[in-house]
Structure formats: C-alpha cells, structure tokens
Design a protein around this ligand. Sequence first.
Ligand code: S3P
Length: 437
Amino acid sequence: MAEIKNTLTSVPQNQFNINSEVRVPGDKSISHRSMILGGIANGITEVSGFLESGDCLATMQAMQSMGVKIEKEGNKYIVHGVGKHGLKAPDSGKIDCGNSGTGMRLLSGVMAAQQFDSEITGDKSLNSRPMTRITKPLEMMGANVSATKTGTAPLKFKAVDQLNSIDYQSPIASAQVKSCVLLAGLYSDGLVTLTEPKLSRDHTENMLRGFGCALQSNDLTVSMQGGQSLQATNIQVPADISSSAFFMVLALLSKNSQITFKNLCVNPSRTGVISILKLMGGDIKFTNQSTNAGEQIADVVVKSSQLHGIDIPHQYIASAIDEFPIVFIAAALATGETRLTNAMELRHKESDRITAMADGMKILGVNCHELDDGIVIQGGDLNGGHVDAQDDHRIAMSFLIAGQFAKGNITVDNCENIMTSFPNFLTICEDLGLWIS
Ligand code: S3P
C-alpha cells in the first residue's frame, strides 16, 4: 500500500481516459457498529469487509479493552460477544477513540450504562468537538456523565445500575446522537423514543434488527422497548459511498471516462451526494441492485459529464453530510454558481469544513464566500497552490483530487489522517493513473 505522507502533491493530468472498476473499502459507519453490536451480543459474530482504518480499529480496540475477544481469520473478524452485561472496565480505565466522532459518540451510549466507571477521550480535533449533544440525552436517561466546561471530551462516566426510558426530540439530524441513545436504550427499563428534524443515516436501526432487536421506525421517529438483548449474526460490510465520492467526482470531471463502483452501500440515508451530483448534471446510474441485512447495495456507474452549479436542496444535506468537501470541488470546476445553506453541522466535523474548504479554494483562485451556515462558490478554473488539510481526511482527499484538474500542482499539508477512513486511497489513485505523491 502506498505510504500516506503528511504532505502530498497532486500533479495535474491533461486528459484522462479512465475506464475502470473500483472497489473502495468497507463502509466506516457499518464497520464501527459491527464491532460495538457484535461485542455486546450473545454469541459469535463474523464480520467480513470490515474497514481496517484508524477510526474503526480504535473502536475495535475499545471493545477489546473492555474484554471482548476479537480475532482475525483470513479476511474476517470473529467477534466473541460477551453479552450486554459482560463488558468489564478497561484496564487503564480509559478508552481512546483517536479521531473518531462516531466511535466516541456510539461507545458513550454503551459506557454510560455500565456498572463500572470509565473515561473516553480522543485526539485534539475530537476533544474539541461538541459532546453536549450526547451528554444531554444520556443524563435525561439517568446516566452519570461529565464533560469539560466547554462540553467536550474527555467524558467521564460513573457506574449506574440501569438507565431510564426517554422520549427525546433531537435538535439536530445526527445518526451519532440517535445511535448513542439507542445503544444506551438497550440498558433502559422502558420505551426509548427519538425524533430528529431530518432523517440521519439509519445503519444502527438496520443492524439492531439484524441482531434480533424489535424497533419501530415511523418517518423521523424511532422507538424501541428498552432491555432487549442482541443475538449474534454475521455481517458483510458493503463498500463505503463516502470514500467512493472522491472518485465519482474524478470520473465526472475527467474526459472520456467511466468508473463502476462495485458493491456500494446505497442506503437512501447516504445517497445525498449522488442526488446532488445528478442535479449538477452528473451521469450516474445504479445496476445490480440488492438488499442485505436491511442495507441497499448496488454497483454504481459514473461517466464523464458537464457539471453546472445549483442551489443545493436542503432535503439532501443530512444524507450527503460527509461528502460536501468533494462536492465543493465539483462546484469549483462546474459552470455557474453553487449555493449551500442550512449546513451549519459542517462546522462541527473533523475540522470546520466550510472554513477549511473556503480557505483552500481561495488559495487556488476560486471565487467563493462563506455564509454562517454554508458557502457560495462560482465555478471556473483552479490554479495550483499550497493548501492545508487541517488534519481532516476528507479535506485532504478533496484537494488531492482537485489537483488533477488544476492549472498547476496542488500541494496539501497535514494529510496523514487519510488513514482514519481510507488507508488505500493512494493505491486506488495510482491504479487509476493519478499522479499523487
Ligand atoms: C456517522 C454519522 C455522521 C457522519 C459521520 C459518521 C455515523 O455524523 O458525519 O462521519 O456513522 O453515525 P452525525 O451523525 O453527527 O451527523
């Protein structure tokens, strides 16, 4: 696998003729959940296609440190579930989630309900992200959790015997908040109900059902009887649409090109990026559609297209939340204006993604301006230049793809965190004939 250096340079290609099949690695959201749910289930769960990235390995290690035996056999992980009440306090008392908001917010739902004290922490970026969004509902459920004065991690949990029921109106569309409440809800003595303003990804609901849990989903509300236990099952993790998005934009912007993405998770709560790129004029089609364990899967064929700017419809924001950095690059190279509003959540990701992208794009000569809750981008050409990924994997990959279409080299600093979600990103780039090193 090509090494991911902290500074990488992307050298533009004049003309592409890509005709390729691409298999991006396993879905990050589903990989995290497979370790957490497998770990607290009764029995052995086999996971194939697990994403071996920094974020997901941190979640796996967290479960191991609480006494779950996890082995690798061939390309499968074998998770020896200890049952809901079988976890033990981590040896060091602490769990380190590294860069992963998903790991931290989902594991917190489990740790808040244990009969032992523990602490959860992360790197500088993660420890500056908002955690009140989970500590608030957890406290309403009777958890004893404390954050820093500014509402960030490290989070400290005190032992509890049991949690209570909750009927929670989440102020934000967040699968991490929803999943935290549902996981804590497994340890509650009553009905657990959560309503969100827009539907966030529903992998936790799908996977809980796969583990034998009964859940009711009705529009924006999900509810579950607390106290249910999980029965082990086998999980095949499909390919990650968020990782494929970088290469979707590559295929759209390249001349005479087509990329087929194999076995992609096209759960409708994740396909906002495809809806947005299609509205911009992108030629994107699904083939070989199937369903596995509640998740919709397809091969997705993306062809060269002439892209134009759009007003991004609000209905697609939650289901495209991780893909905006690369959508902004598509917008910068499209004709006309693209406008995004109502996307304040982008300021609370691994970096402030509105500012990080606007700063980098301005260096590359893009005419764009930030709004409180979005951005306006005038499409045109990209110059070469030197930009900062701000330790955010998706900012790094977006500018590296941009470099293939710029008028000069784009050098990107602070790229190492590509490892957190997409360790073989550079290998796929190399296979497609991109010049990045
Ligand atoms: C994720 C949910 C999203 C997303 C993140 C993964 C998940 O965050 O941005 O990369 O796996 O639940 P929010 O739920 O906070 O929007």
